[in-house]
Design a protein around this ligand. Structure first.
Ligand SMILES: [Zn+2]
Length: 321
């Protein structure tokens, strides 16, 4: 990836986490060597490797801590040091949502913003916070987990173990869980019919059910949107952001059906000044947002915070490694 966000080489492979961390790290290294070969003309200008990983991660030491979706073997995997040593380049690693936020900040809709939130509503709900021109990391690098905002004290238990988090109500995983429960107790004709066709009913099935007029599916989607709107009101009051960028597969599919209730709730319930300032928008970059974000991630590690490097170090990129 060059300083204007152009990709010179792209190699994709499956994670296959069931083969264990060593195999996954080796596949990452092979993919990177492949990408370097594709960009052979500039190979000597490469200054670093940026890694976007499922959280939680320790971005300061480049370690993948224990992401729930990769299995128990993934515990304290030193991904950035291993990759960096193999490639002979400095390697910087951060949580996928933080890297995506850096991508939108540098190349996407958040260009020029010093206060914005990045949220992804997908299988899970992830987030990143840029405040006062700095990516908010906290001493452990875990700050900005917006999906773990409590929206219902008596709500369902979240994947993290706490109760009533936004992710436990509005995420794809939560909707799939509710869809399976609705099939089990026969309360949704649409989902029962869908389950008879294929065994795994998912969030998409719930959205399809709402569109087809199924009452249970409609209730689930309305509740998911209400919970999201309530969380957004809290974020506006907490962070006073100029922009809230909402990405992820569910947000992409739902569009304004998800964003409009949040906009209306902010108008009604958030503090007046931030409510009139904030804009709730869809992302500027596509699914490769983390590839774009890898560039500012590396540059910020080499030269200091992004706010100080945007428009300076990002212009030229012949920086010695
Ligand atoms: Zn949680």
């Amino acid at each position: 990836v060059t300083s204007d966000g152009t990709r010179l080489g792209r190699v994709a492979d499956e994670t296959r986490s069931e083969e264990g961390p060593a195999a996954v790290v080796e596949r990452c290294i092979q993919a990177l060597r492949g990408a370097r070969d594709l960009a052979a003309a500039v190979a000597s200008d490469l200054v670093g490797v940026g890694i976007s990983s499922p959280g939680p991660v320790d971005p300061f030491r480049g370690i993948v801590v224990d992401p729930p979706n990769l299995g128990a073997a993934f515990h304290d995997v030193a991904l950035a040091p291993l990759v960096g040593d193999a490639l002979g380049l400095p390697a910087a690693l951060d949580r996928d949502t933080n890297v995506a936020a850096l991508g939108e900040w540098t190349f996407g809709v958040a260009r020029g913003c010093s206060d914005f939130l990045y949220v992804t509503v997908s299988t899970g709900i992830g987030g990143a916070v840029v405040s006062g021109g700095r990516l908010l990391r906290g001493p452990d690098g875990t700050a900005g987990e917006l999906g773990h905002t409590t929206v219902d004290l008596d709500g369902p238990v979240c994947g993290c173990g706490a109760r009533g988090h936004l992710e436990a109500i509005s995420s794809g995983r939560a909707l799939a869980r509710d869809a399976r429960a609705a099939v089990d107790d026969g309360r949704s004709p649409f989902l029962s019919a869908r389950a008879a066709q294929r065994p795994d009913v998912d969030a998409r099935a719930v959205a399809d059910g709402e569109a087809a007029g199924d009452e249970t599916c409609r209730d689930l989607m309305v509740e998911a949107r209400r919970a999201f709107a309530a969380a957004v009101v809290s974020w506006v009051d907490l962070f006073d952001p100029e922009l809230i960028v909402v990405g992820g597969s569910i947000a992409e599919h739902q569009g304004d059906r998800l964003l409009d209730p949040a906009r209306a709730a902010v108008e009604r319930h958030a503090f007046r000044a931030p409510a009139s300032r904030v804009r709730i928008v869809t992302p500027g970059l596509g699914p490769d947002v983390s590839l774009a974000g890898a560039h500012p991630l590396v540059m910020s590690r080499l030269h200091g915070p992004v706010s100080e490097t945007v428009g300076t170090a990002l212009v030229g990129h012949s920086v010695p490694a």
